[in-house]
Design a protein around this ligand. Structure first.
Ligand SMILES: [Zn+2]
Ligand SMILES: [Zn+2]
Length: 82
């Protein structure tokens, strides 16, 4: 049984609110994709662990989100489902 992230698959929008100014956050993509170009030799799962986010067992897809208003970046944990 494999889990999918609805945001990555375009099935659901990323929902997040900027705690600074209450603007809706814009999805910047998966964190592992974001860091991918800078870490070409690391598999995604290893990247998650080395970042300190043990989301593999918890089935969370970590997205980087950006507030268009104050330009803060946040990590949004999207629950994956099967
Ligand atoms: Zn995702
Ligand atoms: Zn903001």
């Amino acid at each position: 049984m494999s889990y999918i992230c609805e945001v990555c698959n375009g099935m659901a929008p990323l929902t997040g609110i900027c705690p600074e100014c209450n603007h809706p956050l814009e999805d910047q993509g998966k964190l592992s994709d974001f860091y991918g170009p800078y870490s070409p030799y690391r598999p995604a799962d290893d990247l998650k662990i080395t970042n300190g986010y043990l989301d593999v067992k918890q089935h969370r897809c970590i997205h980087l989100a950006n507030c268009p208003d104050c330009s803060h970046s946040y990590l949004v944990f999207v629950r994956e489902r099967h």
